[in-house]
Design a protein around this ligand. Structure first.
Ligand SMILES: C[S@@+](CC[C@H](N)C(=O)[O-])C[C@H]1O[C@@H](n2cnc3c(N)ncnc32)[C@H](O)[C@@H]1O
Length: 235
């Protein structure tokens, strides 16, 4: 079941690459770049080795570069997404970024490798969220930072209701028409169903052994930025 789901997700992201960046800008009303900048800042990558998981077209990986990471690896299981990331990085002259095909649930890296691990809008797509987070913690060096940026359950009240109307009803047909792929943008609101809210996700990060978990809510509480540290062995 989870193998089939992962294959469907991979194929879907492969199909929407050509309009992916444009739709991100439109759907977030231009705010998504700012959210990625905040995620890159929270990772404090300067001088270190960074991993960006579910890197897609590479925007968060390139933000880590701008923040001074010495070396960045962007991993995604969609070859089409990685091709777009590679093209973008080449035109931006980012020689210190490399791109690798891989599954976030089975990372091809030894434990304690990276100074920071980031992911933007990946978590809702994972067939096994807890296993994915544990895998990210495994490859982090002790003292390293995990930063997760994703949608979260909108807050209660009028704004939350209006946002739900936009996200569940208005956005999918509009984005479907622009991308030419209505299935993909119907999947987007579905992927938030059953996804833990920001506090539950914070508790999960603590539960897998990370410490100093911080949550910052963005965009009126509809997007959450989680940052956490892997403890030193004697802590
Ligand atoms: C919504 S996109 C986010 C892309 C990028 N991080 C951003 O900020 O725009 C999710 C990405 O995660 C990738 N992905 C989903 N599940 C994955 C997995 N198990 N392993 C690796 N990549 C995965 C998809 O192929 C897609 O490129």
């Amino acid at each position: 079941m989870s193998v089939k789901r992962a294959r469907n997700v991979r194929q879907m992201f492969g199909r929407i690459v050509p309009r992916y960046d444009l739709l991100n800008r439109l759907m977030s009303l231009g705010m998504d770049s700012r959210w990625r900048r905040a995620a890159a800042a929270a990772a404090q990558p300067a001088g270190g080795l960074a991993l960006d998981l579910g890197t897609g077209t590479g925007d968060l990986a390139l933000e880590l570069r701008r923040r001074g990471a010495a070396r960045i690896v962007g991993v995604d299981f969609s070859g089409e997404m990685l091709a777009a990331a590679r093209a973008k990085a080449t035109s931006a002259g980012s020689a210190s970024v490399s791109w690798a095909l891989g599954d976030a649930l089975r990372l091809p890296f030894p434990k304690d490798t990276f100074d920071c691990v980031t992911n933007g809008f990946l978590l809702r797509n994972l067939a096994d969220l807890r296993a994915g987070l544990a895998e990210m913690a495994r490859v982090l060096k002790p003292g390293g930072r995990l930063v997760c940026l994703d949608m979260t359950q909108p807050p209660p009240g009028l704004f939350g209701s209006l946002y739900r109307l936009y996200f569940n009803r208005l956005m999918p047909p509009l984005a479907g028409a622009i991308s030419g792929d209505s299935t993909a943008y119907r999947y987007l609101p579905n992927s938030l169903q059953g996804f833990p809210d920001a506090s539950e996700l914070a508790a999960m990060l603590t539960d897998i052994g990370l410490r100093r978990v911080r949550v910052r809510r963005l965009a009126g509480g509809t997007v959450a930025l989680h940052a956490a540290r892997k403890p030193m062995p004697d802590a």
